[in-house]
Design a protein around this ligand. Structure first.
Ligand code: C2E
Ligand code: CA
Ligand code: CA
Ligand code: CA
Length: 269
């Protein structure tokens, strides 16, 4: 039993070592990806029930020279840990503002709203507001068309600071959406203090709401809550017509999901 114990520990150390190595490898490769601009933004439509396009959400992809497209789920956590999310997020902002400026010079895309995802470490960084406003100035974008998707956990880490940053940006006209709503702490108390424009119902509730009455109840409650706080509400992960119908009947304003369009590389020019 003693020998076995030692063996287990050795094995554990090796496994830990492997995780650490992998992390260092991703970090090294992420730095190179930044230098060589191996990132791309995919765009996923946000529509109303009639299918009319209201705007897009920008979703980051890493275009790896050997491994192909890498999902943000596979590198955002390492980027967060290492702080690389700050320059990566800065690249996302620049790229998104460039796209938005293009739309705003085109009659058929003038009114579109472009949403970008902001992670905690990026949002809390001392240069965040300065970097964002510099990009807005550089590309001359109308702030009313720019939406930032934030998560509950990000905001609750330090609610006073978060409200402070949001208020500064809100004054410029930037919109805020609360992403993955319902999956976090869901302390409803803070909602009324945040300068939000919309709530985003997490796809995990949408997925099963037609067969699971608990999920349906949560979806209905979030929509009712949004209405009473005078917030717009959007559902993500809509994959079927029946889901869209159900959400529409409950009063959900906007819809997003594979049923209406997958995230894709779009050349806006
Ligand atoms: P999210 O913000 O919750 O984005 C929604 C995710 O659901 C996206 O995954 C999207 O491709 C996927 N999705 C959209 N419609 C459907 C559907 O109908 N069915 C299903 N099953 N999935 C759908 P993606 O693009 O892999 O992004 C994953 C997460 O990575 C995002 O979750 C977001 O938290 C993060 N992320 C993406 N881009 C950025 C970025 O530029 N910056 C930061 N900080 N995070 C990002
Ligand atoms: Ca999002
Ligand atoms: Ca989400
Ligand atoms: Ca999510």
């Amino acid at each position: 039993a003693k020998a076995e114990g030692r063996h287990t520990i050795r094995f554990f150390d090796l496994a830990m070592q492997e995780v650490a190595n992998k992390r260092v490898q991703i970090e090294t490769e992420l730095r190179r990806a930044l230098d060589e601009e191996h990132f791309v933004l995919f765009y996923q439509p946000k529509v109303n029930y009639q299918g009319k396009l209201q705007g897009y959400e920008a979703l980051l992809r890493w275009q790896h020279p050997e491994k192909g497209l890498i999902s943000p789920m596979d590198f955002i956590p390492v980027a967060e840990e290492t702080g690389l999310i700050v320059p990566i997020g800065q690249w996302v902002i620049q790229e998104a503002c460039k796209t938005l400026a293009k739309w705003q010079s085109q009659a058929d895309r003038k009114g579109f709203i472009l949403a970008i995802n902001i992670s905690a470490r990026q949002f809390k960084h001392k240069e965040f507001v300065a970097d964002l406003t510099a990009a807005i100035d550089k590309f001359q974008v109308r702030c009313e068309a720019l939406e930032l998707e934030l998560t509950e956990s990000l905001l609750l880490e330090n609610i006073e600071d978060a409200i402070g940053t949001m208020t500064v940006l809100k004054k410029l006209g930037i919109r805020f959406s609360l992403d993955d709503f319902g999956t976090g702490y869901s302390s409803l108390n803070y909602l009324k203090d945040l300068p939000l424009d919309s709530l985003k119902i997490d796809q995990s509730f949408v997925r099963d709401m037609l067969s699971n009455s608990d999920d349906a109840a949560i979806v209905e409650t979030v929509i009712t809550l949004a209405k009473s706080l005078r917030l717009s509400v959007i559902a993500e992960g809509v994959e079927e017509a029946q889901q869209a119908d159900f959400l529409h009947e409950l009063g959900c304003d906007l819809l997003q999901g594979y049923f209406f369009g997958r995230p894709s590389l779009i050349h806006f020019d």
